[in-house]
Design a protein around this ligand. Structure first.
Ligand SMILES: *[C@@H]1O[C@H](CO)[C@@H](O)[C@H](O)[C@H]1NC(C)=O
Ligand SMILES: *[C@@H]1O[C@H](CO)[C@@H](O)[C@H](O)[C@H]1NC(C)=O
Ligand SMILES: *[C@@H]1O[C@H](CO)[C@@H](O)[C@H](O)[C@H]1NC(C)=O
Ligand SMILES: *[C@@H]1O[C@H](CO)[C@@H](O)[C@H](O)[C@H]1NC(C)=O
Ligand SMILES: *[C@@H]1O[C@H](CO)[C@@H](O)[C@H](O)[C@H]1NC(C)=O
Ligand SMILES: *[C@@H]1O[C@H](CO)[C@@H](O)[C@H](O)[C@H]1NC(C)=O
Ligand SMILES: *[C@@H]1O[C@H](CO)[C@@H](O)[C@H](O)[C@H]1NC(C)=O
Length: 303
């Protein structure tokens, strides 16, 4: 499969990226790519399929990316970068077609985007500070994923991910955090999810520190809040999951209003947690952490 930036926009993007070394703002709208500081900017077309590297104070808006072979958009080494109305589509069965992958960047905003692929809508790699994901509609695919982190030595932490007013439709997960056992302390801090709608989602919330095959995870996830999540889940089982490692539980997890319905034969939705004692605020339906977890396999299978 190939990625096509709609119509001639691809040429426009490449043209701008290659020719412009301007330090002033360029504005073309719509669609437009605003690249005010191009001094260290490299934009390459690779298997990724669009890469934005070392951009500062820039906006990418009103483009569509379709059927990339692998990741659609890769963001690396950027500061103050905004994506607005960037839509991404790929068939649900196409693996590794992540919508936007962001790593080694700070202050990145992804706003008013519609992303549906066969993999993560947005995937978050290491060394990331301040990512705001707002009014993004996600699905099909795996949802918004942080990690896997902690696998490679020398990785830097993810600090400050804010997912607000996002909708997940027909995704496997809503928000998911994956860390590996070898991960050092403070790998992921400050994760905040607010005003989230889930429709036919298998696991609306998964903090999977148990993605930890040898059960040796460190205290690597802290300061998490999940507020006002509502909608429906695809299965009765495994809803609003909070799985943290046995040795060192997740810390500072706060759960606000949750209202997730399951209308199947088996009865109401269930929710289970492990190694986490959240602070509760507001009402939770199903009651979060009401069930003990009896096996973990179903979650590791989703990776
Ligand atoms: C996307 O990648 C494919 C191959 O992986 C390539 O043929 C295509 O030209 C790329 N699309 C763009 C817009 O660069
Ligand atoms: C980015 O924008 C801010 C605020 O307008 C400005 O202070 C800063 O110098 C800009 N950074 C670069 C690298 O152009
Ligand atoms: C992205 O999708 C939204 C909602 O369907 C639509 O309003 C917008 O025009 C689309 N943007 C592009 C660039 O196609
Ligand atoms: C990012 O934007 C903020 C606010 O406009 C500004 O203070 C800061 O200098 C910018 N960062 C860079 C690396 O340009
Ligand atoms: C991203 O959004 C946040 C919250 O709305 C805002 O504080 C920040 O300045 C925005 N950053 C950029 C690069 O636009
Ligand atoms: C997010 O949704 C809430 C509740 O529906 C609404 O009050 C708020 O204005 C929305 N915020 C944004 C940034 O869209
Ligand atoms: C729920 O999601 C599954 C898997 O994506 C899909 O096969 C099914 O059609 C969806 N159901 C509805 C009612 O959309």
């Amino acid at each position: 499969m190939e990625l096509n930036i709609k119509a001639s926009f691809a040429f426009l993007l490449l043209f701008l990226a290659r020719l412009s070394d301007a330090r002033h703002q360029r504005r073309l709208k719509p669609p437009s790519l605003i690249l005010p500081n191009m001094a260290h900017q490299v934009m390459e077309i690779s298997s990724k399929n669009l890469s934005f590297n070392f951009l500062t104070n820039s906006t990418i808006q009103d483009i569509t990316s379709q059927d990339s072979k692998l990741f659609h958009v890769n963001v690396n080494g950027c500061r103050n970068l905004t994506f607005i109305r960037v839509n991404i589509t790929a068939p649900p069965e196409s693996i590794n077609t992540d919508g936007i992958h962001v790593a080694r960047s700070s202050n990145v905003n992804i706003t008013d985007c519609v992303i549906g692929t066969g993999d993560d809508c947005i995937s978050i790699g290491d060394e990331l500070e301040q990512l705001h994901i707002t009014r993004v509609t996600c699905g099909p695919g795996h949802g918004i994923s942080v990690g896997s982190l902690g696998k490679t030595p020398g990785e830097k932490p993810v600090v400050g991910v804010y997912v607000k007013n996002c909708t997940f439709i027909n995704t496997d997960n809503g928000v998911r955090v994956k860390t590996w056992p070898a991960s050092h302390q403070g790998v992921v801090t400050d994760l905040h999810y607010e005003d989230i709608i889930v429709q036919n989602v298998t696991n609306p919330i998964v903090i999977d520190q148990v993605y930890c095959p040898y059960n040796q995870c460190n205290k690597d996830i802290s300061k998490v809040s999940i507020k006002n999540v509502r909608g429906t889940s695809r299965t009765q089982d495994a809803k609003s999951l909070l799985l943290c490692s046995k040795g060192v539980p997740c810390e500072g997890v706060e759960i606000g209003d949750i209202d997730i319905a399951y209308n199947g034969k088996e009865g109401p939705a269930k929710s289970r947690c492990e190694n986490v004692k959240p602070t509760f605020v507001g009402k939770q339906n199903p009651p979060v952490c009401a069930l003990e977890l009896d096996h973990r396999l179903s979650f590791t299978n989703l990776l």
